[in-house]
Design a protein around this ligand. Structure first.
Ligand SMILES: Nc1ncnc2c1ncn2[C@@H]1O[C@H](COP(=O)(O)OP(=O)(O)OP(=O)(O)O)[C@@H](O)[C@H]1O
Length: 247
């Protein structure tokens, strides 16, 4: 298959669990700087697709190319190192550490000789922590213990921990679940900012939020793509109304 300009090129991807195809010959391309939202009914295969991209689940067949490099045979940590970040629904922050520390420990190590010899909180790390904290709206909370943050702030901190690694593709599974209206608005703004320098894939069920953030929407159903395009286009698609939006 040929090289592409897409940051992510998924072709004929299939995964079977005991003969059941959770992802079925799926082809999907994501542009650089694109914010793609994946929607679809329960069991459509959305989470499984993210699991495949980040290497948590191995494909039965097909290809996942990230910046033209095949990912399907790479170990999870190598996919992270290649520039793919994934946030799961439940936050995995260190509750008893400060916001600063949470960000600091997420700075990638071991890539340089210095990193391999031992980690030091250099000016470079401090600057990165500061800039990420500003990006996620927690610049004034650097000394706060993470466990004391609101639910929304914890979610942003986790996004910040991923940003510390400067991923070129960031994947988020239902990022606004449990958030207040105000936190949802701030998250929409945050995602708009984040996708300026990278591609973002979001799984989401809240259609008002999808409308606010999506550049393009992919609708999944039974492991396949049912529809793809602008929110207006997929919303007006009778197939999509039939299996998802009409319910
Ligand atoms: N490890 C696994 N073993 C067996 N079946 C699995 C496994 N992972 C997922 N499945 C099945 O694959 C299908 C797709 O599940 P998936 O969680 O990807 O759907 P989803 O679109 O994310 O749904 P939801 O919106 O409910 O999160 C489901 O029928 C699920 O039961």
């Amino acid at each position: 298959m040929s090289n592409t300009d897409f940051v992510l090129a998924i072709e004929d991807l299939t995964v079977s669990f005991d003969g059941f195809k959770a992802i079925d010959a799926l082809t999907l391309y994501v542009d650089r700087g694109e914010l793609r939202v994946i929607i679809g009914p329960n069991g459509a295969g959305k989470t499984t697709l993210l699991d495949l991209i980040c290497g948590k689940t191995k494909a039965s067949a097909g290809s996942i190319k990230f910046k033209n490099q095949e990912m399907t045979r790479l170990a999870e940590h190598k996919i992270v190192r290649a520039g793919v970040g994934r946030k799961f629904q439940t936050p995995s922050i260190y509750e008893n550490l400060s916001v600063f520390k949470n960000l600091e420990v997420s700075f990638p190590r071991g890539r340089s000789v210095l990193g391999a010899l031992g980690f030091r909180c250099t000016d470079e790390v401090k600057e990165r922590v500061q800039s990420v904290a500003t990006e996620i709206g927690l610049a004034d909370a650097l000394d706060t213990e993470a466990g004391l943050l609101s639910h929304g702030q914890k979610q942003w901190l986790e996004i910040g921990m991923l940003l510390m690694q400067e991923p070129e593709l960031l994947m988020l599974d239902e990022p606004i679940a449990g958030m207040s209206v105000r936190e949802r608005e701030l998250t929409a703004d945050l995602l708009q900012r984040i996708c300026k320098g990278r591609s973002v894939i979001v799984i989401e069920h809240d259609m008002d939020f999808v409308k606010r953030i999506a550049h393009k929407v992919t609708v999944m159903h039974q492991g396949k793509i049912l529809a793809e395009g602008s929110m207006e286009k997929v919303q007006a698609d009778p197939k999509v109304i039939d299996v998802y939006l009409g319910h």
